[in-house]
Design a protein around this ligand. Structure first.
Ligand code: GDP
Ligand code: IMO
Ligand code: MG
Length: 433
């Protein structure tokens, strides 16, 4: 049976958590394959009595909210153990069973000194900062690539753990003290802190690549859920204003140990407009009342840091690029309801860079910084669409918007979000075969 990849098409916060949760009933495993607790997924579940339960997930895969799903933290993830157990405890306190969770023995651990380094580096960069979430993500991936990282499996061998922490700190302490002018970090305290999690962690740890291969062989459906998004991918995003992991479909394979030949579908989540958190270029960004309306109606404040998200119109150059990089089979357009009430809805179809039209993402980053959006003005609609459950229920202008975006991004739109709730969605094509 197939593995399905779900990615963000823009700069994150497209509604991946909601889409994963929606598919939860039909999949057996949900695997987080990249990133860490820089992610923030809000999932809203309606009770039969009309009440709404809101869950904010950072490290656990969104599939954790579905009782039949086995949630997996893959090898490509960086794990903050304090956050992991806080999140587990928080969900258990609300009656969510988290006992099925499995964690890769090869996932890297966010050591406390990497949280410190993330923050002091940003401060040091000043105007050139990335605007990171400050969770230690970048330094932990840097350690992984630099081959001085700490892995989950290291917590079960105190001697090895001590050696690795000492090796990492021998350089880092020099940097912390001599360059950043802060205090050095005591290796014993780090080892003690990490060992404190070992007993609780041990029963969750598996060779998750093997678990997933056996599950696929047995006919299970596996959903590989990205954190972050295409334009935040370390290779394919707006470098250096990116996160430090592979958030695109290719990363789903390296971050889970599932080979590409197992993947049958790639679903990309595309918000009906665009948002971005942190620094970096954003051609369709709005600085006027329309941007403020998108932020307030769309509740565009970060799930992780609470920062106001930068808001702008739909950019289909980016959508086409996400299609190309990920090999998208299906788009899910989310938050169409947020566009209700605009007289005209502009859609960016191309860029103009120093007087030259670009129909595709400019490969040169400086060109992207200079890109001016070329807009097509589509008609808006006034009707409340949150109750629509079929495509035909939508006002004709909203239908036209979806069809034009579908044409411009180049792959079919299989579902459309019309509200935050689990059931506030229009399905045009099944997302699972
Ligand atoms: P993620 O990081 O991609 O999982 O997205 P976030 O959870 O950070 O941000 C998406 C926000 O939009 C969440 O608050 C969701 O509850 C909400 N949301 C998702 N789909 C829809 C939709 O179709 N309409 C509305 N109004 N809100 C939605
Ligand atoms: P989800 O999964 C939006 C952004 C940060 C910053 C840059 C690097 O909820 O879509 P990092 O802490 O990762 O080193 O920060 O990436 N960023 C996100 N923006 N949604 C996210 O995750 C993000 N994760 C990281 O704001 O600009
Ligand atoms: Mg988010």
């Amino acid at each position: 049976m197939p593995a399905i990849v779900l990615v963000g098409a823009q700069w994150g916060d497209e509604g991946k958590g909601k889409a994963t949760d929606l598919m939860g009933g039909d999949v057996d495993y949900v695997v987080k394959f990249n990133g860490g607790n820089n992610a923030g997924h809000t999932v809203v579940i309606e009770g039969t009595d009309g009440t709404r339960e809101k869950y904010a997930l950072h490290l656990l895969p969104s599939g954790i909210l579905t009782p039949s799903v086995t949630p997996v933290i893959g090898n490509g993830v960086v794990v903050d153990l304090e956050v992991l157990f806080d999140e587990i405890d928080g969900l258990e306190a609300r009656g969510v069973d988290t006992s099925r969770l499995v964690v890769s023995a090869s996932a890297h651990v966010i050591a406390p000194y990497n949280r410190t380094l993330d923050k002091v580096t940003e401060r040091f960069l000043g105007a050139r900062r990335i605007g990171t979430t400050g969770r230690g993500i970048g330094p932990t991936y840097a350690d992984k690539m630099n081959r001085v990282g700490i892995r989950v499996q290291d917590l079960f061998d105190e001697g090895i753990l001590r050696q690795k922490v000492e090796a990492a700190l021998s350089l880092k302490n020099q940097v912390l003290v001599k360059i950043y002018n802060t205090r050095d970090v005591d290796a014993d305290r780090v080892v003690e802190e990490l060992l404190g999690y070992a007993d609780r962690l041990r029963p969750l740890v598996r060779d998750t690549s093997l678990v997933l291969e056996q599950a696929l062989d047995a006919g299970a459906n596996v959903l590989l859920e990205a954190g972050q998004a295409t334009l935040l991918d370390v290779d394919h995003g707006t470098y250096p204003f990116v996160t430090s992991s592979s958030a695109t479909a290719g990363g789903a394979c390296t971050g889970s140990g599932i080979p590409p030949t197992r993947v049958s579908r790639v679903i990309a989540i595309l918000k009906a407009y665009t948002t971005r958190v942190g620094e970096g270029p954003f051609p369709t960004e709005l600085f006027d009342d329309d941007g403020e309306t998108l932020r307030s109606v769309g509740a565009e404040y970060g799930t992780t840091t609470g920062r106001p998200r930068r808001c702008g119109w739909m950019d289909t150059v980016i959508g086409r690029y996400a299609n190309r990089i990920n090999g998208v089979t299906d788009f899910v357009i989310t938050k169409l309801d947020v566009l209700t009430g605009f007289d005209k809805v502009p859609v960016c179809v191309a860029y103009e860079v120093d007087g030259v039209r670009h129909d595709e993402m400019p490969v040169n980053q400086t060109d992207f910084h200079h890109a001016r959006p070329v807009y097509e003005l589509l008609d808006g609609w006034e009707e409340d669409i949150s109750g629509c459950r079929t495509f035909e229920d939508l006002p004709s202008a909203a239908q036209a918007y979806v069809l034009r975006v579908e044409e411009l991004v180049g792959a079919r739109v299989s579902a459309i979000g019309v509200g935050p709730g689990r059931h506030e969605i229009i399905q045009r094509h099944a997302l699972l075969d």
